[in-house]
Design a protein around this ligand. Structure first.
Ligand code: IPM
Ligand code: MG
Length: 357
């Protein structure tokens, strides 16, 4: 089959890790008899430098015309001083909105080969965990009305959710839970926020009417932030609003101790998704061949699984990564204390490619 993949490498280490991942995809395509065509588009700071806007229309059109999008990362200190509406991050928010990607899947799990990297107390880490945060991605306070008063000494941002917006992301979350351990935790702040009360009501109505087989519970967001540290093994799938999901997914990924390994998928109603590593553009290590390509490689595997329904090919890539890790190969971000024989980014790429041929 032929698939058109839009590449949006972005800034910082983005081009390096996307470049490595394209090699992985090419070998996989050859192995399984597929034809992956790649088109590259600018977004973020690099687009700002070249076109004067963080998200050129050409990039939006190219992504809309593709079968799926692979993104590196955007942003960096170079663009810290640009006006708000020109910030590189706007590219990310704009792409999510333009592509209708209202669901963000962010897994955080301890990889067996990397249990020692987990930052939790050993007795908690020993229980292991494998959770999936389902974050609403195109609504809530990140897209709500905002502004300042005339004097500029007061500002506001608004959180707004409709039943439709809650239902569509909740359905994805219930379905994700069904394919996993069948446990869904809905995270909100219903003791304070009206949007959260609507969120909770809506999720429960769906649970009772459409997903009675999924075990559903609720948790306040502040408590969820604690439980992710105290006992992450409690969780299977979490579903929550845009801002809460942004914060909890960073927390959960850091708890694994290996953020350089974590992938994510942004999905909407069509099979076209956007796939990107959870980590950022890491400008401090860009161009030094230090960036770990694994999170992007695993994001591409998610693309094959969720957008193209190529489960066997996705398994094949994930196994190659797991094998390299279980042989003890590490990049700088995940090396054991004192480990001298760690790999540069291109060397890690080559180790993975060797497993794929
Ligand atoms: C993320 C990022 C973005 C977000 C920023 C860069 C706008 O933090 O993907 O989590 O908050 O959505
Ligand atoms: Mg974030």
């Amino acid at each position: 089959m032929k698939y058109n993949i839009a590449l949006v490498p972005g800034d910082g280490i983005g081009p390096e890790i996307v470049g490595a991942t394209v090699e992985v995809l090419k070998i996989t395509a050859g192995k399984f008899g597929h034809d992956f065509a790649f088109n590259t588009y600018l977004a973020g700071g690099s687009a700002l430098d070249e076109f004067g806007v963080p998200l050129p229309q050409e990039t939006v059109d190219g992504c809309l015309a593709s079968d799926s999008v692979l993104l590196g990362a955007v942003g960096g200190p170079k663009w810290d001083a640009v006006p708000n509406h020109m910030r590189p991050e706007k590219a990310l928010l704009g792409l999510r909105k333009a592509l209708g990607l209202y669901t963000n899947l962010r897994p955080a799990a301890i990889q067996p080969a990397l249990a020692e990297a987990c930052v939790l107390r050993p007795d908690i880490a020993a229980k292991g965990f494998d959770l999936m945060i389902v974050r609403e991605l195109t609504g809530g306070i990140y897209f709500g009305d905002r502004g300042r008063n005339e004097a500029g000494d007061a500002a506001y941002d608004t959180e707004a959710y409709s039943v439709m917006e809650i239902e569509r992301v909740a359905r994805r979350a219930f379905e994700t839970a069904r394919r996993r351990k069948g446990h869904l935790t809905s995270v909100d702040k219903a003791n304070v926020l009206e949007t959260s009360r609507l969120w909770r009501e809506t999720v429960h109505r769906l649970g009772e009417t459409e997903y009675p087989d999924v075990r559903l519970d609720d948790m306040y967001v502040d408590n969820a932030a604690m439980q992710i540290i105290r006992d992450p093994s409690f969780f299977d799938v979490l579903v929550t609003s845009n801002m809460f999901g942004d914060i909890l997914s960073d927390e959960a990924s850091q708890v694994t101790g290996s953020i350089g390994l974590l992938a994510s998928a942004s999905l909407g109603d069509s099979s076209r998704g956007m796939y990107e590593p959870i980590h950022g553009s890491a400008p401090d290590i860009a161009g030094k061949d230090l960036a770990n390509p694994i999170a992007t490689v695993l994001s591409a595997a998610m693309m094959l699984r969720y957008s193209f329904d190529l489960a066997e090919e996705a398994d094949y890539i994930e196994k190659a990564v797991a094998d390299v890790l279980s042989e003890g190969w590490r990049t700088a971000d995940i090396k054991a204390p004192g480990q001298e024989d760690w790999l540069r980014g291109s060397e890690m790429r080559d180790k993975i490619l060797e497993k794929l041929v």
